[in-house]
Design a binder for this molecule. Structure first.
Ligand code: ZN
Length: 150
Protein backbone atom coordinates (compact mmCIF):
# COMPACT_ATOMS: atom_id res chain seq x y z
CA UNK A 1 0.00 0.00 0.00
CA UNK A 2 2.91 2.37 0.57
CA UNK A 3 3.50 2.45 -3.19
CA UNK A 4 -0.02 3.66 -3.74
CA UNK A 5 0.36 6.25 -1.00
CA UNK A 6 3.56 7.53 -2.59
CA UNK A 7 1.76 7.82 -5.92
CA UNK A 8 -1.06 9.80 -4.33
CA UNK A 9 1.42 12.11 -2.63
CA UNK A 10 3.19 12.62 -5.93
CA UNK A 11 -0.09 13.63 -7.62
CA UNK A 12 -0.89 16.09 -4.82
CA UNK A 13 2.64 17.50 -4.97
CA UNK A 14 2.39 17.93 -8.74
CA UNK A 15 -0.98 19.72 -8.60
CA UNK A 16 0.27 21.98 -5.80
CA UNK A 17 3.40 22.90 -7.72
CA UNK A 18 1.61 23.37 -11.05
CA UNK A 19 -2.04 24.11 -10.31
CA UNK A 20 -4.29 23.55 -13.33
CA UNK A 21 -6.77 26.24 -14.41
CA UNK A 22 -5.18 28.76 -12.07
CA UNK A 23 -6.08 32.43 -12.55
CA UNK A 24 -9.04 34.69 -13.11
CA UNK A 25 -11.73 33.73 -15.62
CA UNK A 26 -12.74 37.00 -17.27
CA UNK A 27 -16.01 35.79 -18.80
CA UNK A 28 -17.23 33.92 -15.70
CA UNK A 29 -20.94 34.04 -14.93
CA UNK A 30 -20.62 32.30 -11.57
CA UNK A 31 -18.15 32.95 -8.77
CA UNK A 32 -17.73 32.44 -5.06
CA UNK A 33 -15.07 32.83 -2.40
CA UNK A 34 -13.98 30.30 0.16
CA UNK A 35 -11.99 30.71 3.37
CA UNK A 36 -10.57 28.16 5.75
CA UNK A 37 -9.31 30.30 8.65
CA UNK A 38 -8.08 27.26 10.53
CA UNK A 39 -5.32 26.78 7.96
CA UNK A 40 -5.29 30.16 6.16
CA UNK A 41 -6.57 28.75 2.86
CA UNK A 42 -8.33 31.30 0.64
CA UNK A 43 -9.62 30.85 -2.86
CA UNK A 44 -11.87 32.46 -5.39
CA UNK A 45 -13.60 30.22 -7.89
CA UNK A 46 -14.89 31.25 -11.32
CA UNK A 47 -17.17 29.31 -13.62
CA UNK A 48 -18.71 29.79 -17.01
CA UNK A 49 -21.97 27.82 -17.12
CA UNK A 50 -23.87 27.67 -20.41
CA UNK A 51 -27.63 27.79 -20.99
CA UNK A 52 -27.84 23.98 -20.76
CA UNK A 53 -26.27 23.99 -17.29
CA UNK A 54 -22.92 22.66 -18.49
CA UNK A 55 -19.78 24.00 -16.82
CA UNK A 56 -17.71 25.16 -19.80
CA UNK A 57 -14.84 26.75 -17.91
CA UNK A 58 -13.72 26.69 -14.31
CA UNK A 59 -10.73 28.49 -12.82
CA UNK A 60 -9.50 29.44 -9.36
CA UNK A 61 -7.08 31.82 -7.73
CA UNK A 62 -5.91 32.30 -4.18
CA UNK A 63 -3.39 30.76 -1.85
CA UNK A 64 -3.36 27.98 0.64
CA UNK A 65 -1.68 24.79 1.74
CA UNK A 66 -0.71 21.98 -0.60
CA UNK A 67 -3.87 20.00 0.10
CA UNK A 68 -6.25 22.90 -0.59
CA UNK A 69 -4.41 23.94 -3.75
CA UNK A 70 -4.15 20.39 -5.10
CA UNK A 71 -7.80 19.72 -4.30
CA UNK A 72 -8.92 22.89 -6.11
CA UNK A 73 -6.71 22.06 -9.09
CA UNK A 74 -8.01 18.49 -9.41
CA UNK A 75 -11.56 19.75 -8.91
CA UNK A 76 -11.33 22.20 -11.81
CA UNK A 77 -10.19 19.36 -14.09
CA UNK A 78 -13.03 17.18 -12.82
CA UNK A 79 -15.82 19.73 -13.21
CA UNK A 80 -15.02 21.06 -16.66
CA UNK A 81 -17.60 19.74 -19.12
CA UNK A 82 -19.90 18.42 -16.37
CA UNK A 83 -23.44 19.58 -15.69
CA UNK A 84 -24.34 21.42 -12.51
CA UNK A 85 -26.15 18.29 -11.35
CA UNK A 86 -23.09 16.11 -11.97
CA UNK A 87 -20.95 18.66 -10.11
CA UNK A 88 -23.22 18.32 -7.10
CA UNK A 89 -22.96 14.51 -7.25
CA UNK A 90 -19.16 14.76 -7.32
CA UNK A 91 -19.30 17.10 -4.33
CA UNK A 92 -21.41 14.59 -2.38
CA UNK A 93 -19.18 11.66 -3.29
CA UNK A 94 -15.98 13.55 -2.54
CA UNK A 95 -17.34 14.77 0.78
CA UNK A 96 -18.38 11.23 1.70
CA UNK A 97 -14.92 9.91 0.86
CA UNK A 98 -12.89 12.43 2.86
CA UNK A 99 -15.19 12.33 5.88
CA UNK A 100 -15.44 8.53 5.80
CA UNK A 101 -19.22 8.85 5.92
CA UNK A 102 -20.63 6.70 3.09
CA UNK A 103 -23.67 7.77 1.12
CA UNK A 104 -26.89 5.78 1.49
CA UNK A 105 -27.44 5.80 -2.24
CA UNK A 106 -23.86 4.92 -3.19
CA UNK A 107 -21.06 7.16 -4.36
CA UNK A 108 -20.26 8.12 -7.94
CA UNK A 109 -16.95 6.99 -9.40
CA UNK A 110 -14.70 9.83 -8.36
CA UNK A 111 -11.67 8.77 -10.36
CA UNK A 112 -8.53 10.74 -9.58
CA UNK A 113 -10.18 12.51 -6.66
CA UNK A 114 -9.31 9.31 -4.81
CA UNK A 115 -5.78 10.68 -4.29
CA UNK A 116 -7.16 12.96 -1.57
CA UNK A 117 -8.80 10.10 0.34
CA UNK A 118 -5.88 9.96 2.78
CA UNK A 119 -6.98 13.19 4.45
CA UNK A 120 -9.79 11.34 6.22
CA UNK A 121 -7.14 10.30 8.74
CA UNK A 122 -6.44 13.98 9.51
CA UNK A 123 -9.67 15.78 10.49
CA UNK A 124 -8.17 19.27 10.28
CA UNK A 125 -7.05 18.58 6.69
CA UNK A 126 -10.55 17.57 5.64
CA UNK A 127 -11.47 21.27 5.63
CA UNK A 128 -8.50 22.01 3.37
CA UNK A 129 -9.58 19.30 0.93
CA UNK A 130 -13.26 20.24 0.87
CA UNK A 131 -12.86 24.05 0.72
CA UNK A 132 -12.82 24.23 -3.09
CA UNK A 133 -15.82 21.92 -3.28
CA UNK A 134 -17.89 23.94 -0.83
CA UNK A 135 -16.94 27.02 -2.83
CA UNK A 136 -18.11 25.32 -6.04
CA UNK A 137 -21.43 24.55 -4.37
CA UNK A 138 -21.70 28.24 -3.47
CA UNK A 139 -20.87 29.32 -7.04
CA UNK A 140 -23.65 27.03 -8.27
CA UNK A 141 -26.09 28.54 -5.79
CA UNK A 142 -26.30 25.65 -3.35
CA UNK A 143 -24.48 27.40 -0.50
CA UNK A 144 -23.98 31.05 0.51
CA UNK A 145 -21.72 33.13 -1.72
CA UNK A 146 -18.90 33.32 0.78
CA UNK A 147 -17.97 30.01 2.31
CA UNK A 148 -16.12 29.63 5.54
CA UNK A 149 -15.26 26.29 7.06
CA UNK A 150 -15.72 27.68 10.58
ZN1 ZN B 1 -5.09 24.00 4.33
Amino acid sequence: MSGLRDLYQEVIFDHNRNPRNFGRLENANRSAEGNNPLCGDQLKLYMLVDADGVIREVMFEGHGCAISTASASIMTETLKGKTEEQAHEYFRSFHAMVTGDPLDDGAADIGKLEVLGGVREYPTRVKCATLAWHTAEAALGRERDTVTTE
